[in-house]
Design a protein around this ligand. Structure first.
Ligand code: M6R
Length: 358
């Protein structure tokens, strides 16, 4: 399923962009009035889908200027969330059967909010109970650990965010088209990443005896770090944690010790350069304390090379789209490391593909 991602992301885009680069999201046209009038977006999801939601927040707020909250579906209804008819709730779920997400969406609808589902499974319960649905068309995902569902959820979230920008007029047509063009290339970029994964596999095998791996990121790289850590927990049964790199000094830096592998997701130096420079100094800080730095950086970014014990290159993308390429090496890393430890990667222990109980 990791290898299926180039096709999966292309399938998510299929039929949703016209020849001029305009978005034609027919399936969400029905709640267009809601989309136009919404004054708040709330994303509810669990696990990997929650990480997709965390990334969606950056895109939604940046492109539409609508405030967006992201909440674990399992926490949502227990805190009496503020919802009304002008709240657009986005429920993200691969299976469409996750009980926590379903209960959260029912709660949102009872409060009068409109719910749009981003889902992979046709006719499943979550889309049936939502006001509209954007299917990801990733094809059946069988492995317990979510991979292609995640990338396609991201693509669906980007499409939706751009569409919101289009109907609300917060983005110019040509700006939308520029992002859409980048999205249209992303399947090929993911393919290129997959073709260069041998060093990542070798690295993963060499770390099979380790107990802990940490993951750091900033901005959209932070949810990518969380997702990398989740994949490693699920597949390799290792202690893995993701942090926002800015939080290092507030605690996690105490964990750094000699030869501790730390994966760092570096944003593009061309986009938000402040962000990039901050993370380069984070890499220096942890390396000075003995960490073994595994750096994911875009092609051509030479500034990180002196501080990277292992450098993993990904194609250059706009900052907001980087998770589509930066997550792939982390999936491969977890899969290979788990295999080296003798684990069953498609059926990890204690986990079920869809969590239909609370
Ligand atoms: O089917 P869903 O997307 O609603 O599932 C949500 C989570 O249970 C799921 O993403 C889980 O975290 C995966 N095993 C992650 O790899």
């Amino acid at each position: 399923e990791i290898a299926e991602q180039p096709k999966a992301v292309a399938d998510t885009l299929l039929g949703r962009i016209d020849t001029t680069g305009r978005l034609t999201l027919d399936e969400v046209r029905i709640p267009a009035a809601v989309l136009r009038e919404a004054d708040k977006v709330v994303v509810i999801a669990c696990g990997t889908a929650f990480h997709a939601g965390l990334i969606a927040k950056y895109a939604i707020e940046h492109w539409t200027r609508i405030p967006c909250e992201v909440e674990l579906a399992s926490e949502f209804r227990y805190r009496d969330p503020i919802l009304d008819r002008r709240t657009l709730v986005i429920a993200i779920s691969q299976s469409g059967e996750t009980m926590d997400t379903l209960m959260a969406l029912r709660h949102a609808r009872e409060q009068g909010a409109r719910v749009l589902a981003i889902c992979n499974t046709n006719g499943s319960t979550i889309p049936r109970e939502s006001d509209a649905v954007l299917y990801t068309h990733a094809g059946p995902e069988v492995a317990v650990a979510s991979t292609k569902a995640f990338l396609t959820q991201l693509v669906a979230c980007y499409l939706l965010a751009l569409y919101l920008g289009q109907v609300r007029g917060t983005k110019w047509g040509d700006e939308i088209q520029a992002v859409v063009r980048e999205l249209a290339r992303i399947g090929d970029e993911v393919e290129r990443v997959l073709e260069t994964m041998e060093p990542v596999r070798a690295l993963a095998r060499s770390l099979a005896h380790k107990d802990t791996v940490l993951f750091l990121g900033r901005h959209v790289g932070y949810p990518v770090a969380l997702e990398g850590a989740l994949k490693l927990k699920e597949l390799a049964y290792m202690h893995a944690e993701g942090f926002a790199a800015g939080e290092l000094k507030h605690g996690p830096i105490a964990l750094i010790e000699d030869d501790l592998p730390v994966v760092v997701v570096v944003p593009s130096p061309r986009g938000r350069s402040v962000l990039h420079d901050k993370i380069v100094s984070n890499i220096q800080e942890i390396r000075a304390r003995g960490a073994r730095t595994i750096v994911i950086a875009e092609e051509g970014d030479e500034s990180v090379a002196p501080y990277a014990d292992h450098l993993i290159r990904v194609p250059a993308t706009p900052t907001l789209l980087q998770p589509l390429v930066a997550t792939v090496p982390l999936q491969v890393f977890a899969c290979e490391l788990a295999t080296a430890r003798g684990n069953e990667v498609d059926q990890p222990r204690n986990l079920a593909k869809s969590v239909t109980v609370e």
